[in-house]
Every structure is written in C-alpha cells, then in structure tokens.
Design a protein around this ligand. Structure first.
Ligand code: GLN
Length: 455
C-alpha cells in the first residue's frame, strides 16, 4: 500500500508534497506488517497518512511552508503524529501549505503553489492546499490539516473532498507550529466522513502538553466518533443562515448548496431559516485577532535558536532584522505588522479589545440558535466559500480579496465550534463545490453522521 502511494506521489506534478523519504516510509510499513502478523493491529495499522507541514516530525523536515524553517528537523513528533504512529499508521511525508498557514490559496508557500487536481489552472484552496490536493489526487487516503479560519474546510471544498475542523481544544496543538493559538485546530481530511471519523478517533483526546486541550472534565474524553454513523436523519433541524446566502455568493455555488439542502429534506430533515447577524463582522474581527496572535507567536523566529539565520550582520539587532526580512514572505510580514499595530499601546482598546468583544457577539449568535431556551436547529448548513476555486494567480496580489472569501468560515472558528465540508457537486468550470455543516461544541459525532448520510 505504501509503495503504491509513494509511486503515485513520485509521478505527481501537483507540488502537494514537500518532503518524501521512501526508505523511512517503507521502514514504518514493515513495522506495520509485523504488527499485523503479531495480531496487535488497530483498524488504522498499515494505512498511509501524510501530514500538513505545520505538524512537526522527527524524521521529515518541518517547514510550515516558510523559508524560515526550510531545513528544520524537529527533535520531537507532534502529539498528532505520535498518535497516528501509535495506531500503526504509515507516514508518507509532509504536505505543502501556505506559509505558517496564512492564506486561502496555497500561493503563500515559500515552496511554490499547489495545483488543484481537478483543474491544474486552479488553486487548491488554503492553507491546507497540499493536504486537500493529495487526497483528491489519491496520493494519500487520509491527511492532517489545520484550520484557524477555514484552512481545512475551504481547501476540502475546492478539491471536492471531506474535512472536519473539530471543536477547539479537541485535538492537541502540541507540535503544531503556531499561527493564532486561540483559533488553531487540527483535523482530518479524507474522501469520506466515515474515514474522517476513524482518523479523528486516533487524533483527538486530552494532552497535558497543550494548555488549551480539553480536559476530561470539559469533555476531552476518548470518544468513538463513528458511533452515530448510519442513524436516520428524521427530525434533524437544519438552520440555514440568511447571511450565508446574500450578496457575493456565486449562483453556481448557491445552486449546488441548495440542491444538497433539498436532498437533506428527502432524508428526513427540516430546514429552518435563521440569522447570524454578526457574520459580516467576522472578517475585521478575525483579521485583527489572528494577526495579533501571530505577531506574538512568530517572535520566536529570531535566528538565535533554530531556523534561518542571515549572514553578514553587524550586531544583534541587525541579525534579527536581516533574518526576519529574509526568512518571512510578504503575507507573513503583513500579518506581523497588522498584529503589532492592533496590539500597540493606544490602539489596543480601539482595535484588539473591540475585536474580542465582536468575537463574543459572534459566539452568542450561534449559541442562540443552537443551544439555550430558544434554540431552533441542531446543525447549521451553508456554503464554505462564495465561489469555486479561483485561477492560480487571480488573487495573489490582492490580499483583501482573499480575506473576503473567508466570510463563511471565520465565525465558526471565532466561536470554537466544529465545522466540516463535504463535496456536493460541481460549479463553474466543473470545479467542486463544498457544503459546510456546523455543529454544537462537542458535536462532531453528529456532524459526521449528518455528512455520512449524504454520502
Ligand atoms: N484564510 C485564513 C487566513 O489566511 C485562514 C487560514 C487558516 O485557517 N489557517 O488567515
């Protein structure tokens, strides 16, 4: 199985993988064979997996898509990597992504863009673009991704695969190179919801090495995420937010999403019109909070302990300056500047604090319709992105245009809720369309069943 996928990866021209090492992979495959022979296999033993290059790995380079970490090899494995190894999964290599997961098209990678396997002139989405392209092109049966504001759901939609961003805190961030720590969440991407459920079983759980990992008291218990698969959807109430179907949503995407909603009605669900009134504010709020946290997280890349260090500097200040100027790409620098600005004394209250208050309002929008005395729905459905995948290069020098396309995914992240994307047909230029399904905190098992029923 490993050889089969390695051969496909070798022949692929999508630029989805950043580091493959056949000998390392085959050694893990041999261990899996031995385990199967010894009768100690799990359902995932021997199944190949590839990791977004945000998860650190001991044997493969971990670059985060950045020149800053171009030759970095971690002394330890991320918790997620460790957990998949413990289940006997075989690592195929590391997947391309936007630099430090900042982007929506995988065009911010220092190692070049990834092509969308459905149409090589289109972007695969981002920031987990290499992950989504690898699954869509059958270069890996399952992969990891990370989602801070949509980076699992949007590339899954653009590449016609299934991906789930779990509840914040479900999956350990230990060894996940940090972008915006209060939002970052790892999750699986695969062909189907059933595969995602099996992968999430191995991936989730409390980890004392991550200070925001859900403790057992808070719900961070080992669950079987396949447990609801196959249950009927009779009586399921699906909230359809009017703000997700307004101006800016392309007709082809709307048609595919509405057809999917109609299928859910056939499966026994009812549609309920809802409103998430603060949706539009998710863009300014996210694009202050995420850069603020990023500016702090990325201060560790100073050329001293690890990563790139510039040559020919005069003194320490000059070494920092040259190292960071050379190591970071344009989008990362933009975020660091925005982030430090909104955190500045004198601007903090006007920007950062205000954004945090908006974040709370956005969370309350969801709370009101999903929980509490006036709850009207069990899950929420809508588009993942306003359009299908755009052409490579189309938005690469217009960052604001790319930020605006995140409108339907950011609020879920700001509220810490689980969300997923499943393929529901094709839009313009025969490019895939994804349906977004948003659930309650800890509602992954239900979400996965709702997705599974469609598939
Ligand atoms: N597109 C968003 C950004 O650039 C989300 C990225 C992500 O989820 N990692 O910040």
């Amino acid at each position: 199985l490993a050889t089969q996928f390695l051969d496909r990866i070798e022949k692929s021209d999508l630029n989805a993988f950043l580091h493959v090492d056949r000998a390392l992979t085959l050694a893990q495959a041999a261990e899996a064979d031995a385990r199967i022979a010894a009768g100690t296999a799990t359902p995932l033993t021997g199944v190949p997996i590839a990791h977004k290059d945000i998860f650190v790995t001991q044997n493969w380079r971990s670059t985060a898509g950045s020149k800053m970490l171009a030759n970095y090899v971690s002394p330890f494995d991320a918790t997620v990597v460790e957990k998949f190894r413990a289940a006997g999964m075989v690592t195929l290599g590391k997947l391309n992504c936007d630099e430090f997961a900042m982007g929506s098209a995988n065009e911010n990678s220092a190692f070049g863009p990834v092509k969308n396997p459905w149409d090589k002139s289109a972007v695969p989405g981002g920031s987990s673009g290499g992950s989504a392209a690898a699954v869509a092109a059958r270069l890996a049966p399952g992969v990891t991704g990370t989602d801070t504001g949509g980076s699992i759901r949007q590339p899954a939609a653009f590449c016609g695969i299934t991906g789930i961003k779990p509840t914040y805190g479900r999956v350990s961030r230990y060894g996940m190179i940090a972008f915006a720590s209060s939002l970052d969440q790892g999750g699986p991407m695969a062909q189907t919801a059933e595969d995602c459920a099996l992968l999430l079983n191995a991936m989730a759980g409390f980890d004392e090495r991550d200070s925001t990992s859900l403790t057992p008291e808070l719900g961070g218990v080992d669950e079987d995420f396949t447990r609801e698969l196959g249950q009927p959807l009779t009586g399921l109430r699906i909230g359809v937010p009017k703000e997700y179907f307004g101006e800016g949503l392309a007709k082809d995407v709307e048609d595919a999403v509405r057809a999917a909603l109609a299928k859910y009605v056939e499966l026994g669900a009812t549609l309920v019109d809802i409103s998430l009134p603060n949706t539009a504010l998710s863009i300014p709020a996210y694009y202050m909070i995420a850069p603020a946290e990023a500016s702090s997280n990325l201060s560790r890349f100073d050329g001293v302990r690890f990563g790139h260090r510039a040559d020919g500097y005069k003194d320490l200040q000059d070494m920092y300056r040259k190292t960071r100027a050379e190591g970071f790409g344009a989008e990362v620098k933009r975020r660091i500047m925005v982030g430090t600005y909104v955190l500045c004394h004198g601007y903090y209250d006007a920007y950062y604090l205000k954004a945090q208050k908006i974040r709370r309002l956005i969370a309350q929008d969801f709370e009101k319709v999903l929980n509490g005395p006036d709850a009207v729905c069990d899950v929420i459905m809508g588009p993942v992105a306003p359009t299908v995948a755009w052409d490579l290069g189309d938005k690469s020098d217009d960052p604001v245009a790319a930020y605006l396309a995140d409108i339907y995914t950011l609020s879920t992240s700001l509220a810490g809720l689980p969300g997923m994307s499943i393929p529901v047909g094709f839009g313009a230029k025969d490019r895939p369309v994804g349906l977004q399904i948003i659930g309650k905190h800890f509602g992954e098992a239900k979400l996965l069943n709702v997705a599974h029923a469609y598939q």
